[in-house]
Design a protein around this ligand. Structure first.
Ligand code: SF4
Length: 373
């Protein structure tokens, strides 16, 4: 099955094969880098083109930290949280020495909590096995906890200028359009990476990656690409075909299933609330949460999982959307009975000081509202 349009095939077959079209490949990278020099976003983890020309070098620790935080999370959400992390743990040694619970607490609300556990583990590995210095090659970077194909390439290119081919969601869209790749995702990923490799420059690899990211974020947007303003328009097959929005070919998403559960806000005489550390493995692993029942697609007996024998009152429900399902949680509130003893996983916390995942924060807020706090 032919997945690239003929127009695109002409470009990709010829790119890099003849001197004339090596020149074309050079033109794409030059056009993009020129645009990046004038339009780069200012981001707290980035050494921009002007700083770079003035001799500033990226800090691999900051590049790594930002790339882990940006997985599945938007630039706008990450920016302030990145600065807080950097203030609290300014280098790899500080992060490696931090208690895991502190890192998990600081991560609260960012989601995908395995990233925080891997962040802490990775800091330990770099500190102990690499002398506190990040390795600079993609292959070695990918052996670090939480560093996969994408992140390894991104750190190698952005922090060390290695010609590693970086393909995030923005770059995937730009490249799929440049070559009008019809093959549906996720099957098209290998072809997209190959085509990206065909236009990737040897020099200024990190700037090229960041330029494509910025182009995807601001010009080659998912719904309304601004082709007339694009520095790559004369090289773009999708634009030439008048079909920019058809690429990449993403199959319609299946509707997410629903799950239900219940959580219990047990309040003591001091107004503290009982929380429970969730098991390391699984959703919201290692984070604090209100005690509750397992989340399933069938209703199960919520009261069998109440943390104490007291008079529980249902005060409402909260909803949350995870990657693979919609969750509805019934929220109950109750007063801690005399003689209640918490388990080892449980702790009393002043509600305002609790660092919680978003869904648990929603449930706690409902409980506090009920108490007039
Ligand atoms: Fe995207 Fe249009 Fe630029 Fe092609 S010309 S890369 S579709 S913005």
């Amino acid at each position: 099955m032919a997945y690239e349009t003929r127009d695109a095939k002409n470009i990709s077959q010829t790119l890099g094969k003849t001197p004339r079209l090596q020149a074309s490949r050079a033109k794409i990278s030059q056009a993009l880098l020129r645009w990046y020099d004038a339009n780069a976003r200012t981001l707290p983890w980035r050494v921009g083109p002007h700083q770079s020309k003035a001799g500033y070098k990226p800090d691999p620790y900051a590049v790594w930290l930002s790339e882990i935080m940006l997985q599945q999370t938007t630039v706008a959400s990450v920016a302030p949280r990145f600065l807080k992390f950097l203030e609290r743990w300014p280098d790899i040694a500080a992060m490696a020495a931090a208690p895991l619970d502190d890192v998990l607490g600081e991560w609260a609300g960012l989601g995908y909590y395995a990233r925080a556990r891997n962040l802490h583990k990775c800091a330990g590995v770099v500190a102990e096995q690499h002398g506190g210095v990040f390795p600079c090659t993609e292959d070695i970077l990918k052996t670090l906890p939480g560093v996969g194909d994408y992140t390894g390439a991104a750190i190698a290119a952005i922090a060390f200028g290695r010609p590693a081919v970086v393909v995030d969601g923005n770059i995937e869209r730009v490249v799929a359009r440049l070559f009008a790749i019809d093959e549906p995702l996720p099957g098209a990923k290998a072809l997209i990476k190959q085509r990206a490799g065909a236009i990737w420059p040897q020099r200024r690899s990190g700037d090229f990656a960041q330029g494509l990211m910025d182009l995807g974020a601001g010009v080659c947007k998912p719904k309304a690409p601004s082709c007339p303003a694009c520095p790559l328009v004369e090289h773009c097959a999708a634009s030439r075909l008048g079909r920019a929005q058809d690429f990449p070919n993403k199959p319609a998403k299946k509707p997410k299933p629903s799950r239900k559960g219940a959580v219990f806000a047990l309040v003591d005489a001091k107004g503290e609330v009982l929380f429970e550390r969730r098991p390391e493995k699984g959703l919201l692993g290692g984070m604090l949460g209100l005690p509750g029942n397992p989340w399933t697609d069938k209703s199960n007996k919520a009261m069998a999982h109440a943390p104490a024998a007291t008079k529980w009152r249902r005060i409402g429900e909260v909803t949350h959307v995870f990657t693979h399902f919609h969750l509805t949680l019934d929220v109950y509130i109750g007063i801690s009975p005399k003689g209640f003893r918490r388990t080892r996983e449980q702790q009393w916390v002043v509600p305002k000081q609790a660092r919680l995942p978003t869904v648990m924060k929603k449930a706690l807020d409902l409980a506090l509202k009920e108490r007039g706090e």
